[in-house]
Design a protein around this ligand. Structure first.
Ligand code: UT7
Length: 330
């Protein structure tokens, strides 16, 4: 059986910064409230004429290919996680294939597990590489959350941002240690109603009566999502450590989904895990849904915090409610 190795990572965020003060001009909120309750100071917002998900993913992938010293045609499969695809079909993975100039007819699959999507795609990629079916897989989390944000709802519009992060997974060369020690994927549909975007699909098509209403936007019960997030991420962390035969002390970096600094702190507190060893960028990018983990991981690799041979713990949760994580040697 093969092990998988993260050969290269990349990320891209659109240049437009939206501050809390700007949001306070649209809804009844303040910079102080947002910082105190979420840790978010600003987020990036994509210009849809320039940076739709396939385009952000393209820019992130160029950096990952360079880091991995690979060419676009080395990619054998694209697993593209997004909650807001370029369009219903063709899927966004094919749009990325086109932009990258890939001519090998590699497989192209979109995946939606909301904010957990990257962990689902990453775990599938790891499994396919372990099984020997593929050698090189591009795993993407790319999101234009501004497209479904309700800019009149202070409960949600403060929370989200746009961006893309990618990881290229390949076979671990003989003699190297990189690989996934344990993983977890889960879903609890009984809590699905707490975070939804209901319209635009077969159940509630957008029509003349509901266009412009909140069926086109994210709706959330923040308190319920908060509680579920802390509980699930903490229990997943415990499971990852037990199944990976690893103690919290041996984890060099904790890379959690970036939704709210208080959620990250609450999870870290349960394990007495020092916040200095958690990778946090929610202050600058807010919640970029399935892009948060690959963006955070790439930043920490590029600035030298994450080193080869170190142990990383990734955990995510999102609408569904879906959740997942992985413990791995980088
Ligand atoms: O990937 C998953 C995505 N979602 C999440 O992870 C969200 C998880 N939930 C959260 O992060 C938090 O629940 C929020 C940040 C959304 C809300 O924070 P909270 O501490 O749970 O606030 P709350 O909902 O209990 O609201 C407290 C008060 C309320 O006023 P009253 O009823 O006490 O008068 C809200 O109306 O704060 C009010 N409030 C705001 N005030 C200023 C809610 N949103 C805002 C706001 N600015 N943006």
């Amino acid at each position: 059986m093969h092990q998988s190795k993260i050969l290269g990572t990349g990320h891209y965020v659109p240049p437009r910064v939206m501050t809390n003060d700007e949001i306070a001009k649209m809804v009844d909120t303040s910079h102080q409230w947002i910082v105190e309750r979420t840790g978010i100071h600003q987020r990036r917002i994509a210009d849809p004429k320039v940076d739709i998900p396939s385009e952000m993913a393209y820019k992130a992938t160029l950096k990952a290919l360079e880091a991995a010293k690979l060419q676009p045609n080395d990619i054998e499969l694209i697993l593209f996680s997004t909650t807001f695809p370029d369009m219903f079909f063709p899927n966004t993975a094919t749009q990325l294939q086109l932009k990258l100039g890939i001519t090998n007819n590699c497989g192209c699959l979109d995946m939606n597990a909301a904010c957990t999507g990257f962990m689902y795609a990453f775990t599938l990629a790891d499994g396919l590489i372990r099984a020997g079916m593929y050698k090189t897989i591009l795993v993407v989390g790319a999101e234009m959350t501004s497209g479904f944000n309700n800019w009149k709802d202070r409960n949600t519009c403060i929370l989200f941002g746009d961006g893309a992060g990618v990881a290229i997974l390949g076979r671990t060369p003989a003699g190297e240690k990189s690989g996934v020690k344990s993983h977890v994927l889960s879903g609890d549909a009984t809590k699905g109603e707490h975070l939804m975007l209901r319209g635009g699909g077969a159940a509630i098509p957008i029509n003349a009566e509901n266009v412009g209403t909140d069926v086109q936007c994210v709706v959330m019960d923040g308190k319920e999502v908060f509680k579920a997030a802390v509980k699930t991420m903490a229990s997943h962390a415990e499971q990852l450590l037990a199944e990976g035969n690893t103690s919290m002390d041996q984890v060099d970096w904790f890379i959690p989904h970036q939704a709210n600094l208080r959620i990250i702190e609450a999870v870290a507190n349960r394990f007495n895990f020092p916040l200095e060893r958690a990778v946090v960028n929610v202050d600058r990018y807010a919640n970029t849904s399935s892009a948060t983990i690959p963006i955070a991981m790439d930043e920490a690799i590029r600035d030298g915090r994450i080193q080869r041979g170190q142990t990383l713990m990734l955990t995510a949760f999102g609408a569904g409610m879906t959740s997942g994580g992985a413990l791995l040697t980088y």
